[in-house]
Design a protein around this ligand. Structure first.
Ligand SMILES: *Cc1c(COP(=O)(O)O)cnc(C)c1O
Length: 231
C-alpha cells in the first residue's frame, strides 16, 4: 500500500450515501482504512465520515501525520494492541475498540492516567470459537467486570465483536443478538462506572444483520473502499 494514491472519490461518496440510506440515523458508520491510503480517507471524510478505524498503531501514525488538517477525525484502534504499544496508541487514538484482556485494560488505565487522557474503550468479545481472533469469552468477561468497573481513568463504553468467517445468516444474527443481550445484561447489573451503550458490530459482509440486532457502530472497509483506486 502506498500512502498516497488517486482514488475515485465520487464512487466512495455514492457507496457511503447508499449505506446511510439503508441504516437508521442513530447507527454510526466507521470507515476502516487499514490497507487504504490517505486519499481514501479524505474521500470518506468529504462524504461526512468522521470515525475511522485502523488496525495497526504504526500504519495509523503515518496516515495521521498526513491528515493533521482534519483534526475532527475520531480515530479508533480496532486491532489487537500489544502492551508495548499502549502509550503511542493512547496518544493517537480516542477510542480503542479492541480491548481483549484485563491486563490490557489495566495497563491502558494506568498509562491513560500518566498521559492525562481518558480514552473510550470497547471490550472485544469472542462469541464463537475462532483460533484467529482475540477477545474475551463471555464467562471471562463476566468474571472481570468488577475489576473493569474500578478503572476510572478510562471510559468503558461498549462491546465489540468480530465473527468468524463463513457463518450462515441465521447464526450470524443470533450471535449479534447475543452480544446485544450481553451488553444489556451488564447494563442492568448495577456497575457504577461501566456504561456499555456502544455495540460495535457489523462489517461489510454482515452489517445489515448487525444493525437488525441492535448495532450502534458498524465498521466498513471493503464496502466503501474496495477497487476505488484509480490507475
Ligand atoms: C478489517 C476490519 C473491518 C472491516 O472489514 P471489511 O470486511 O473490509 O468491512 C472491520 N473490523 C475490524 C476489526 C477489521 O479488522
Amino acid at each position: 500500500m502506498s500512502l498516497s494514491t488517486s482514488v475515485n472519490a465520487p464512487l466512495i461518496h455514492s457507496r457511503i450515501q447508499a449505506i446511510r440510506e439503508q441504516i437508521p440515523k442513530h447507527v454510526e458508520m466507521m470507515a476502516v482504512s487499514k490497507g487504504y491510503s490517505v486519499d481514501h480517507i479524505r474521500a470518506a471524510y468529504q462524504a461526512g465520515i468522521r470515525h475511522f478505524g485502523e488496525s495497526r498503531v504504526q500504519e495509523a501514525a503515518q496516515k495521521q501525520a498526513q491528515l493533521q488538517d482534519l483534526p475532527d477525525i475520531v480515530w479508533h484502534l480496532i486491532g489487537h494492541l500489544q502492551t508495548n504499544k499502549v502509550k503511542p496508541a493512547l496518544k493517537q487514538f480516542a477510542w480503542i475498540d479492541s480491548v481483549d484482556s484485563l491486563r490490557l485494560a489495566k495497563l491502558l488505565n494506568q498509562k491513560a492516567w500518566e498521559l492525562r487522557v481518558s480514552p473510550k474503550l470497547c471490550l472485544q468479545v469472542k462469541l464463537a470459537p475462532d483460533p484467529n481472533k482475540f477477545g474475551w469469552s463471555v464467562s471471562d468477561l463476566l468474571q472481570s467486570l468488577p475489576q473493569l468497573d474500578q478503572l476510572l481513568q478510562v471510559q468503558i463504553v461498549g462491546l465489540m465483536t468480530i465473527l468468524p468467517l463463513g457463518l450462515d445468516s441465521e447464526t450470524t444474527l443470533s450471535l449479534f443478538r447475543k452480544l446485544a443481550e450481553l451488553a444489556d445484561h451488564i447494563q442492568r447489573s448495577g456497575y457504577q462506572h461501566l456504561q456499555l451503550q456502544t455495540l460495535s458490530m457489523g462489517m461489510s459482509d454482515d452489517y445489515p444483520l448487525a444493525v437488525a440486532a441492535g448495532s450502534t457502530l458498524i465498521r466498513l472497509g471493503r464496502s466503501l473502499f474496495a477497487d476505488a483506486e484509480l490507475e
